[in-house]
Each structure stands twice: as C-alpha cells, then as structure tokens.
Design a protein around this ligand. Structure first.
Ligand code: 26W
Length: 814
C-alpha cells in the first residue's frame, strides 16, 4: 500500500513522487510500508541521479562536439563527504524532495543522515579537491577529477579512555548509488620487469606484473544543475584473478596471491598527512592512478582529435601535490615509447600539459623515493627520469649554474641515499607551479624551491585557496543563508561578491540580533550533538571556541590546551570574577603512527574530564573533544562556532581552508599571521580578527637558532603554572607522570614555538573575552567577517587557475 496516493500529491510533485516510489520498488526492491530510511535514501538518490544524467550526457557531448579543452585534476584524495544534500541543493530540489518524502511519511533529514561520509582523503588537500570539483561544475569548466576508489577511506576514530583508536572505515558496505562501474573503461598498469630493446632500437618496457584499473564514475553536478563533470576513480583488479593451474594443482592460497597483491592497491587510503609513508604500496598507488589516468586521457584525446600532437591544446593536467608526480615520467614514456614521438617534442607537449600545486613546505612531508625502489618497480620510468634530469642539468650548466646549484636543482638527491625528489620532478615537468596562499608562495620562492626558481624564473605563481560557499554556507547554514538572502536579495546565491552588501548592516542592531539568533539555532543543534556523542552538556550561551582539523604539532592544538588549563587555573583561583563562559571544542584525527599527536589527543581528553567534573568552574568552562572528525561533523560545528582557532606556527600552514569556512559563517578568528590568515586579516580588517604571535620571518630565525623555552617559562608565571599543573599529573591523577615527558620535551626543544607564543596568545584570548562582553561589538565584527570574505570562494580560485594556468574556457551555461 502506498502511503500517499498520487491523487493527494500536488500536481507539480507527481512525477518526482512516482519516480522515487518506482525506484524504491524496482531498484531497491523494498516495500513502501516496510521501507526503512536506508531504502528511502537509495530510492531518493537514484531518483535524483536520473535528473543529473540527462545533463551529464549533454555536457559530455558538448565537450566532444565543441572540442573543448578539459581540466584533468589528478589527486590522490577527494574528501567529498555526503553527496545527496549537495546535489539537491545545486539542483534546487531540496524543498520539493522534502515535500514529496513528507507525503510518504519520510523525513528528508533522516534520509540524508543515512549517507556514509565519503572520506577518501586526509584533510585540507583532499577537501580542496572536492571544493574545486564543485566549483568547476558550477562554472561550467569541463573537468575530470582522477583519483583512487579506496575501498576503505580514512579510518574511523574512536576515543576510548581518552585515547584514539582506529577502526577501518567501510563506506561501500551498503553499496554506493552515486557511482557507475565502467567495465569497458579499463587500462593495464605495469610494475617491475625489465626494459628491452627492439630491433629498431626502440626501448620497450616488459613489466613483470600487470594490474588492471577499472573506472568508476560519479557525476558532479554544479550550481543550478547547469553543468555536470565527472569524478573518475580507479579500482585495481588482477588481470588474471585466479591462477587456475595453481588452483587445480592444489595450491588454493597461492593461486589467489596475485589477486590479493593487485587489489591491495585500491584497498585503503594512507592515513598519514605528515610524512610520506615510504612504503612500496604507496608508490604502487601513485603510479597506478597516474598511469591509468594518463592512458585514459590519451585514449580519449586520440579518439576525439586524432592527433597526439595537440594534447596540450585540449587537456590541462593539474598535479595535486607530488602524489601524482610520477605522471610526468609516465606521460613521457607514453609519448616516446608508445606514440613514438621525438623526445624534444614529447617534452614540449608534456610541460605544456602539466602544472603542479604544492601544499606544504614541511621538509618531512616532501616526497622522495629511493632510486633502487624506483628502478625495481618502475625501471623504464626511472630511465626517463634520468634523461629528464640530464637535459635539465645540462641546460642549467649552460646558463652558468655551478656545482652547488646543480646539486640543489637535481632530480636526484645524493645526500640521503640516492632518492628521486618528486617535488623537483613535478616542478621541472610543469609550465606553472603554484602555492596556495600569498605567504606560502613567497616562502616557496625563498626556501624549498629557491634554486629551481633561479633556474626557472617566473614559473612559480600564487593561487590562494578557496572553499565552495554552496556547501559551506548555503547547505551547512541554511538559517544564516536565509537571513542573508532576506537582507540583501537572492543574487548573492549566484554571486558571492554581493556579500559585501552586508557591510552597512554590520552596525544595525536589529540585523545583529537576527545574525546572533541564527548562531544560537546552530549552537543549540550542536549542543544536542555533543550531548548525544560524548554526554557533555554545553551551555549554548557560552562562547564556542573551536579548533577542528588534523592533529599536528605545527597546528598547535597544544597551545590551545595550555590556554584551556590557564583559564581553568585562573577561574579556580578567582571563581567570582566576571568570566566569559567558554566551551572549548576540539575535533581531529592523528595519523596512527604519530605518537606525539596521539598524546595531544589524550591530553585534551584528560583535561576535558577534569574540567568538566569540577564544580568550581561549572557554568564557566567546558571542554569537548568530539570523536571522528569528518566533513559531516564539520558542517554541523562550523555554523555554531563563535571563535575559530587558526594558531599554527607562522610559516608552517600552507594556507588553511577551515579558516575561510569559519569566517564565512561569521566566526571571529584568533590566529597567527600564517597561510591564508594573512589574506583573511587584510580583508576583514585587523579590528575584526585577533592576530597574535611571532610572524613567519622571526619564527624561522628562532627555530633555526634554537630557542630557549626554559627562559620563557621562567619569565612567565602564567606559563609555568600551566606546565607544572600538566606535568605534575593534575589531569592524569592515576598516572601522574603521563605528561612529564611531553612537558620536558617542550622545554628541551620547542620546535613549534608553543611556549614562545603563549603569552601573546593568552593576551589575544583576553581581547576575545572583552569583545564578547560587548555584544554589539562582537556581532559587528562577526557580520563584517561574513561580508568581507567573498574572495575566498573557490569559484574565484578556479577562475584564476582557468585563466592563468589552464587556459581553459567555461562552457556557456543556460
Ligand atoms: C605523502 C604524505 C603527505 C600526504 C598529504 C604529505 C602531505 C600531504 C598534504 C600536503 C597535507 C595537506 O592536506 N596539506 C594542506 O593542504 C591544504 C590545501 O591546500 C592547505 O590549506 C593546508 O594548509 C595544508 O596543510
């Protein structure tokens, strides 16, 4: 029995109603009266997907017919999160689907909540790729995102007795209604073996092992449904899944080893975002997806345009960090060995095709692979890397480079065993190389890429990151969005620059109140989430002071914890002073092998336990560490944040993008002059942001020359009180020495200058409290944040890439 008969359904909704019900019956094979939220999620998604497919076909046809140049965005990570809410929003179908489902006695929010969070990424780099995909579709820029279809995304984080535990993530376990398996789109990717020379002298690689890449396509629909691009993720299969001979002769396990080995490539996302895992499997993943993607591009290009020589006119390949950098050698191999182009011609095409984005300057995060591993796994690619290097060094020498400079720009690092510098390979192989904020790009030119910048002047350019406002404002914060639209009109939905029209309202008391009321709604919702997840009761009227991001020493969650302890000590000393009630909210995952980061999580949880159970600070201070941070959790925390913690050691955060999400939603930032914080402060104005701490220049001098944390501690009663409390076991009474080593380590070498910035940070936090105590000042600043950050839309970023790096034009959108 159908719960609502079509007769009761408003005429305009009948078609969608029938579509969803039909999907439920014929695709999900569920009965309406028994169907659960998961069934309705599948039925709704399949129905919405149908609406996208017509447009998808048109877009692909337009690319082919009009010979449009296309962006190929190569990224090891796409942190897309849930897709249904995004698709509904972009298609303008949210209200209609809500109504239709309600007619079936189904709640849309519950349905949306069924979708697993696709966590095919670690953090900023992966989320940026997802925001860029949304922007490229919304702008009508023809694009394919190429990556890996990991069977298991980033691990699920449990917190047990205050400590992180990792559990495998299983996003595909109930099926993925968004993807299309393309069993006809497959490529073979070789590993190992040797290089043979044919009679005509042509070199040919004879791999020892072959793995098949199978494409899975997901449509990415843009704003107002006008353009649809493709996210193409590769899954690894054995070319010969069962060695039947071996099986029949009784070796049942051995017969399957090749399959296990091949399929391991797309089994799981590496969870480290701090230092290269260095394992062979990681290199196999990188080569696997770079090779499959390049083979796919070439096949499509030749089919459409017939001529390999025009590749760079029709395709622009963006390397998202160095993870796909081996693609530079792979494209040369395909052009020279397979398509038999002259080296010089191939190199010209290749360099015109590639461009490279650097996302980090941290030395430990710069990828390099041991030469012996490369020679064993990718013998032909390694030869090609030597040839690229030979010509590159020859050219540099001809330009007058001496030995020191040559050794610095060489693709081979001779100092740490012989290793291939993947950043150098990406740099040399690209026509443009970009950093992700003005500060970061400047530092690229003076630090890691200083010598390459001398040899190849003008190649480095800046493209400050951005975020998609559709997900991070429109979807995440519908209440605030409605207020903005009611105030300055709906054009802002298509043109973020209109946000500036809010500036005159910043001083308007009535508007401030409505703005604050929306924050209150989001905070009430978050209070419920926190209560449900960890049983901590937050006061929705407290200042929500939030730091959510990967746990890293350079991001300095520890500094925030020290301030929490400082507040706790001060409140206990003077409980009747007029304190601003605060909720300190943390979330983030640590790489499983990163011991110090895990200890910081434990400390946050230990501090939370002690503070939250101490009656003297009841009503004044609460600490919450929310487990399993992911995109979905970010969407519920950010709209509820009053204060955004962006407190990395200056010079170490390439850009940050969380900082932009908070500012857009009207949180005030407390931050260092690092990454994009610099540009945010220029736009919102120094009166509306709390900047503290050492700047990048002095910080790097201090780090280099060695800085004396003990002296800082001796000079600051506040700091010594905090460190003594932690190291003496106030927060770990059962094991008083638990944090002794952490504190001693900090005092011995405070590499990230936590103690150096402590006093300045506490002072800035006092200013925060003062501003909070004057609501009209606080909300004026909050409104001015939202009003002045339109520039951080990823649409702006993508337009810059399209015009200055890719030379790709948007298709006309109707
Ligand atoms: C090979 C191991 C590894 C894996 C990932 C090393 C480094 C990474 C990434 C570069 C980590 C990352 O996500 N970087 C972040 O990129 C964001 C998008 O540009 C920036 O906003 C962040 O500042 C940067 O840390």
């Amino acid at each position: 029995m159908i719960k609502t008969s079509p007769m009761d359904v408003p005429a305009g909704d009948v078609e969608l109603h029938e579509l969803i019900v039909n999907k439920l019956i014929y695709s999900v094979a569920a009965r309406e009266e028994r169907a659960g939220p998961r069934d309705w999620f599948l039925a709704t998604t399949l129905a919405v997907r149908d609406r996208i497919i017509d447009r998808w076909r048109l877009c692909n046809a337009a690319i082919a017919d009009e010979g449009r140049k296309q962006v190929c965005y190569l990224s090891m990570e796409f942190l897309i999160g849930r897709l249904l809410g995004d698709a509904l929003g972009n298609l303008g179908m949210t209200d209609q689907v809500r109504r239709v489902l309600a007619g079936l006695e189904v709640n849309l929010d519950e349905v949306l909540g069924q979708e697993p969070d696709a966590a095919l990424g670690n953090g900023g780099l992966g989320r940026l790729a997802a925001c860029f995909m949304d922007s490229m579709s919304s702008l009508g820029i023809p694009a394919i995102g190429y990556g890996i279809r990991y069977e298991h995304g980033l691990f699920r984080q449990l917190v047990r007795e205050g400590q992180q535990q990792e559990v495998p993530e299983d996003w595909l376990s109930l099926g993925n209604p968004w993807e299309f398996e393309r069993s006809s789109v497959t490529y073979d990717v070789g590993f190992g073996g040797h290089v043979a020379q044919a009679a005509d002298g042509q070199l040919e690689w004879v791999p020892g092992e072959t793995v098949r890449a199978i494409a899975y396509d997901t449509p990415v629909v843009g704003w107002r449904g006008r353009w649809v691009n493709t996210l193409r993720l590769w899954s690894a299969r054995a070319t010969d899944p069962l060695h039947l001979d071996a099986f029949n002769s009784g070796d049942h396990v051995g017969a399957q080893l090749a399959r296990v080995r091949a399929e391991a490539i797309s089994r799981v996302l590496y969870p480290g975002d701090d230092s290269p895992a260095g394992q062979e499997l990681r290199l196999r993943q990188e080569y696997f997806f770079a090779s499959a993607s390049l083979q796919d591009m070439i096949r499509r290009h030749v089919r459409l345009h017939g001529d390999i020589l025009t590749l760079a006119d029709k395709i622009s390949v963006q390397l998202n960090d160095t993870h796909p950098a081996v693609g530079v050698a792979e494209l040369m191999r395909l052009l020279v060995d397979v398509h038999e182009l002259e080296w010089e011609k191939a190199w010209e095409i290749s360099r015109a095709t590639f461009s490279y984005t650097n996302h980090t300057l941290m030395p430990e995060a710069l990828e390099s692979w041991p030469v012996p591993l490369m020679e064993r796994l990718l013998p032909r690619n390694m030869q090609i890397i030597y040839m690229i290097n030979g010509r590159h060094l020859e050219a540099a020498r001809a330009d007058g480079a001496g030995d020191a400079l040559l050794s610095a720009v060489s693709l081979i690092d001779e100092h740490h065993g012989r290793r291939v510098r993947m950043g150098h390979l990406a740099f040399i192989g690209s026509h443009k190389v970009n950093g992700v904020s003005a500060l970061h790009t400047g530092l690229m030119k003076t630090t890691v890429f200083a010598e390459l910048n001398r040899v190849c002047p003008g190649r480095i350019t800046n493209k400050t990151n951005g975020i998609t406002f559709r997900r991070w404002l429109l979807r995440a914060n519908p209440g605030l969005t409605q207020l903005i639209v009611d105030t300055i009109g709906p054009r802002v939905l298509d043109d973020p620059e209109r946000l500036a029209d809010l500036v005159p309202y910043a001083r308007d008391a009535a508007f401030q109140q409505e703005f604050a009321a929306q924050r209150q709604v989001a905070k009430q919702a978050l209070v419920r989430v926190v209560q449900e997840r960890i049983g901590v009761q937050l006061d929705p009227h407290a200042l929500f002071d939030v730091q959510i991001k990967r746990i890293h020493e350079y991001k300095r969650q520890l500094l925030n914890i020290l301030h929490t302890v400082w507040l706790y000590n001060a409140m206990r000393a003077q409980p009747t002073s007029p304190w601003v009630p605060r909720a300190k909210i943390f979330a983030g995952k640590a790489a499983p092998s990163y011991r110090q980061a895990k200890l910081i999580i434990r400390l946050a949880n230990d501090v939370a336990r002690v503070v939250n159970s101490d009656p003297t600070v009841r009503g004044l201070l609460k600490v919450a560490f929310l487990p399993n941070y992911n995109v979905t959790l970010a969407e519920s925390i950010i709209p509820a944040a009053d204060l955004s913690e962006q407190i990395s050691t200056a010079g170490l955060e390439a850009s940050g993008t969380g900082n932009m999400k908070f500012a857009l939603n009207g949180a005030l930032t407390i931050g260092t002059l690092d990454g994009a914080n610099v540009e945010i402060s220029e736009r919102v104005g120094l009166d509306n942001i709390f900047i503290f701490g050492l700047e990048a220049g002095p910080a790097s001098v201090l780090r280099r020359d060695g800085y004396d944390a003990r002296a800082a501690m001796a000079a600051s009663d506040d700091l010594s009180g905090v460190l003594e409390a932690i190291s003496s076991g106030v927060f770990s009474p059962g094991e008083p020495d638990r944090y002794k080593g952490l504190v001693e380590g900090l005092l011995a070498h405070d590499h990230f200058l936590v103690t150096a910035d402590f006093d300045s940070y506490v002072r800035a936090q006092r200013h925060v409290a003062t501003r909070w105590s004057s609501p009209s000042d606080w909300w004026r600043s909050a409104v001015l944040n939202t009003a002045n950050v339109a520039w951080f839309s990823s649409d702006r970023t993508i337009q810059e890439y399209a015009g200055e790096i890719w030379q790709v034009r948007a298709a006309p959108l109707d």
